[in-house]
Design a protein around this ligand. Structure first.
Ligand code: 13P
Ligand code: SF4
Length: 321
């Protein structure tokens, strides 16, 4: 991951209204700010669009802007750059990685593919551009079932890197995809016992679970889905209370859309804090977003030869979504 140094230490004059400055710079530079639901509330509030991985990719593809700032994690910035190679794509902090993407280095995947010839390679969007370049079709948690169902019933499939999402897809589709052994450190941590304790205290509450959670947690779910699917279900279902087993940043948008409903973050294993945060997503701060817009740094770059190969599996996914 390339790190552009210097700009992060820049002084910001005391009393600067960061929100107003971000808004001014966006207009002045024809820049659009995208934010994932897991970012800090103040980032979601200044973003032009917030969404799940699928929605953000779909929006990015259609944007008419000179600069796109992706407030999320690095692979999301890469996805935007792959879809919009002629635009300047910025991320507020290059250190915003992803444990799931890190669990699948491209050379190791390449070796795995060679060891299992004749397989269609399906990769979750939470992967590096280099991994996408080795992939036949990309999925997000929002369209994974649909994309897999679109493949021939007898297709032999390698799925990576999330073993929990892969396992969930296998259970729902009856496929027997060969799974890469990766996981997200945030979603792996949810405690089944903690959720059952919360259920005892709030018997009316429905349990919302992201498919990156392990199977025992999914078993107690009333709804399994991507962040956008969980939001929609919370909004449209008649229920009033929800236990939320995904990154707690999403609760900001849940409360905004449903101010009269109650959202309770599910606790991670052995926690005393009662919620589960992705430290990478939380690296996006108002200060860094302001400096990113001001200095147009750090910029996401992807090798052009990788862009060409990585775009095809993403576009194939978008065509099905
Ligand atoms: P979504 O695709 O649901 O937005 O999830 C992205 C992610 O990073 C989950 O951990
Ligand atoms: Fe990656 Fe997990 Fe953070 Fe999502 S929550 S960005 S999968 S580390």
């Amino acid at each position: 991951m390339k790190a552009d140094k210097g700009y992060v230490e820049a002084e910001i004059a005391e009393g600067t209204d960061l929100v107003a400055e971000i808004s001014r710079l966006k207009k002045e530079k024809n820049a659009v700010v995208l934010a994932h639901y897991y970012t800090l509330p103040e980032i979601q509030d200044v973003a032009d669009f917030i969404g799940d991985s699928l929605a953000l990719a779909q929006i990015a593809e259609k944007l008419d802007a000179d600069i796109i700032v992706m407030c999320g994690v690095h692979f999301m910035g890469e996805t935007v750059k792959i879809l919009c190679p002629d635009k300047k794509v910025l991320v507020p902090d290059m250190n915003a990685g992803c444990s799931l993407a890190d669990s699948c280095p491209a050379p190791e995947l390449q070796k795995f593919i060679e060891e299992h010839p004749g397989h269609t390679v399906v990769s979750y969007v939470n992967t590096t551009a280099a991994v996408k370049a080795l992939t036949d079709i990309v999925v997000t948690s929002g369209n994974a079932l649909k994309v897999i169902e679109s493949l021939p019933k007898d297709a032999k499939i390698i799925f990576g890197p999330d073993r929990n999402l892969g396992n969930y897809i296998n259970s729902q589709t009856g496929r027997q995809m060969l799974l890469w052994d990766g996981a997200c450190h945030v979603h792996e941590q949810f405690s089944l016992e903690g959720i059952l304790d919360l259920k005892k205290a709030h018997p009316e509450a429905k349990v919302l679970v992201h498919p990156e959670c392990p199977a025992p947690v999914r078993l107690v779910a009333d709804k399994v889905g991507s962040t956008a699917v969980l939001l929609k279900w919370a909004e449209e279902s008649p229920y009033q209370q929800f236990i939320v087993a995904t990154e707690s940043g999403i609760i900001h948008e849940m409360k905004r859309r449903c101010p009269d409903k109650t959202f309770i973050p599910a606790p991670p294993e052995g926690s005393t804090c009662g919620c589960n945060d992705c430290a990478f997503m939380k690296l996006n701060s108002l200060r860094k977003l302001y400096l990113t817009l001001l200095y147009e740094l750090p910029e996401v770059t992807v090798d052009p030869s990788i862009i060409d190969r990585a775009r095809r599996p993403i576009e194939r996914m978008l065509a099905i979504s």
